[in-house]
Design a protein around this ligand. Structure first.
Ligand SMILES: C[S@@+](CC[C@H](N)C(=O)[O-])C[C@H]1O[C@@H](n2cnc3c(N)ncnc32)[C@H](O)[C@@H]1O
Length: 259
């Protein structure tokens, strides 16, 4: 299987707990968003593309039982785990740059937190277009690291990570252009906001903002410490964060397109 630019040096098993926690928080934001786009009216076949630990795929099946769901990921370990945990979904190992599905297969494609980790995102968009049925919908959601707000050391860490990361942490700015070139129409857009000015015992939803606690906020950023070259700025940021209760916020851009 081809290289996973997402995990690189950390194993997918090491990332699974953080990803699961992230997905459980993220579905609190997705739930009202799906209501706003009348997701319950969709029918036919759905694909969760880059499904990771499968928590959001499982959420989608419950949110709309009328859709018949497939899901895929480049990670064999993730797919093996998900097949056992969510056996009603049709799982497949595949690279989004070369989707192993026929043309015009799906009525709804969901792609969450993946595009920032992929080299050649334009190729992925073309593949989404190919496997979408005419009239089908594509929901793409990802953070845009340019929207981080916080003190200088945090912005330094984010910028350094974006520089080292092999893919594009600002890709959501390019997605509307890719979509336009393919002839996809924008149907809806919401920018969710995650901020760390809440409490750690319970996240507070004030849609489209979610207020996380300080420690929950840091645990969501912990992946930035893994790549070579990040250790110095990561430990300076961590030290400032823990000593001075650093505040940050970030936008998660969410676009819904129709073919
Ligand atoms: C941050 S996780 C997001 C998981 C899930 N969509 C969610 O929101 O909880 C990114 C996932 O993308 C997968 N991934 C990375 N590159 C991929 C590629 N080229 N094709 C398919 N999946 C890929 C990773 O293996 C990982 O499971």
């Amino acid at each position: 299987m081809s290289e996973n630019f997402y995990t690189q040096k950390i194993s997918i098993h090491d990332e699974m707990p953080r990803l699961s926690a992230q997905a459980n928080l993220f579905r609190l934001l997705l739930d009202p968003f799906f209501d706003s786009i009348h997701f319950e009216k969709e029918s036919g076949k759905g694909l969760d593309a880059g499904a990771g630990p499968g928590i959001l795929a499982s959420f989608l099946t419950k949110k709309n039982p009328n859709l018949v769901w497939s899901a895929c990921d480049i990670s064999e370990e993730m797919v093996q785990y998900c097949k056992l945990s969510y056996p009603k979904i049709d799982w497949k190992v595949c690279d989004l740059r070369n989707l192993d599905y026929p043309d015009n297969s799906f009525d709804f494609i969901f792609n969450s937190m993946v595009l920032i980790h992929i080299q050649e995102p334009e190729k992925v968009m073309k593949e989404f277009y190919r496997v979408l049925k005419p009239g089908g919908k594509l929901l793409i959601t990802c953070p845009n690291d340019k929207t981080f707000e916080g003190p200088p050391v945090l912005l330094e860490m984010v910028a350094k990570h974006a520089e080292i990361h092999p893919a594009d942490r600002y890709v959501m700015e390019k997605v509307p252009g890719f979509a336009k070139d393919l002839g996809l129409t924008l149907e809806a857009r919401t920018d969710f906001v995650a901020s760390n000015d809440g409490n750690d015992d319970k996240p507070k939803l004030d849609y489209p903002t979610i207020h996380l606690g300080m420690m929950t906020g840091w645990s969501m950023l912990s992946f930035m410490g893994h790549p070579d070259g990040m250790q110095d700025v990561y430990s300076r940021c961590q030290s400032e964060y823990m000593s001075n209760r650093v505040r940050f916020s970030l936008k998660l851009e969410t676009h819904l397109y129709r073919k």
